[in-house]
Design a protein around this ligand. Sequence first.
Ligand SMILES: [Fe+2]
Ligand SMILES: [Fe+2]
Length: 474
Amino acid sequence: MINYTEKIPNNVDLGRDRVLQRALEHWQPAYMGWWYDMGPNESHNFDVYLRTAVSVEPDGWAQFDYVKMPEYRWGVFLQPRDEKRLVNFGVHKGDPAWQEVPGEYRSTLRRVIVTQGDTEPASVEQQRMLGFSCPSMYDLRNIFQVNVEEGRHLWAMVYLLHRYFGRDGREEAEALLARRSGDADNPRILGAFNEPTPDWLAFYMFTFFTDRDGKFQLCALAESGFDPLARTCRFMLTEEAHHMFVGETGVGRIIQRTCEVMKENKVEDPSDVRALGVIDLQTIQKYLNFHYSVTLDLYGSDVSSNAANYYTSGLKGRFRETKLDDDHVLSEAQYPVFEVAGGRIAARDVPALTALNERLRDDYIDEITDGVGRWQRVIDNAGIPFRLTLPHKGFHRAIGNFAGHFISPAGEVLSEEAWKKHEFEWMPSPKDHAYVQSLMIGRVVEPGKFANWIAPPVRGINNKPLDFEYVRFN
Ligand SMILES: [Fe+2]
Ligand SMILES: [Fe+2]
């Protein structure tokens, strides 16, 4: 169970480790300073109907109540330890899982944890202005829930840094509060986490696409031979599921509302659709193209010796590693990656060990494809002849084999000039952004009311009605 009587709620018996407890209590005010500066803007006095983790058991870990966000019980929660757990892949396969950091992997492991940890506060920073333009109280509550949980994910990674990495870890924990999304001098580590999230369509796309990258990275780390990391990530995954739900249903509700308005008014042309105050499907497709492509970059290079090392060392596994039916060493296996050769895209088999980034990306693409299919059904059910499509995975990429190439959404290799001619047919233009933002000036906060451009959800939070007062502004 989680001990809530301590200053830092935890299920790791923090009270017994005075040095660690003091280190984290020292970090806590710096974290609060960051939250006041970079957390949701002007929200500190709101009472928000939030869920808080009260146990790490798979069923019933959540408790719902009104909380002021700065008083949210951020803490350290790990899935319970399985004494018999082993390292399940790589050269140490079959050894007991590590309870301390193996000396030879110390700096690699620290880098993995810092890179994951850096994404958590970054997304809070990216989303901090969106409360001013929320489409409903329900949606406002959801973004705040996502934000406090990303804050907790930062705590989860900082605990590992403090507990297992000594002084280096403490310095990294400070640096996690010093970097800022989009800052020219001290940016966040990964590209997608420095992109702005300027409007609610971008927010929902981000939680669908980019939080799902988070899920896949956490799944790979949940297989780690370093047991405290694995247990930490397992619990984070339960929270991540809600973030992806917010994204998928958010985009789905926008599509639904657009389709309703198109049908009611018998319009199809995007400018007619816009005249009715909803987001045309073409613009939704462009946002999809953008968020999908920048998120694909997060998986890293298609062929990567780092990825091979992480795997061989037992630090980062594959998606559902222990469910896969192979030798879990991959010394012989091959895997196809794609590259541009002679003006065409062609597959090439490479050692599977070096293609683990690409493999995780492909697993991710499978899940994304299903989600986009569910959005498509909303359009089909409305009888509207429009197809949402995932662009080719080489489209608009800045990392890996496609970086520096100009690939169309259909997968043609183009010249830079030809690609640029179509850029704003494929990606949101400044005008598209301006239109979407013009819909989102001011917040809609009357209980039960929703902005014109989004349909209400099917049900409320925790079985509460849609007109429940999810946020009290005081
Ligand atoms: Fe997270
Ligand atoms: Fe998340």
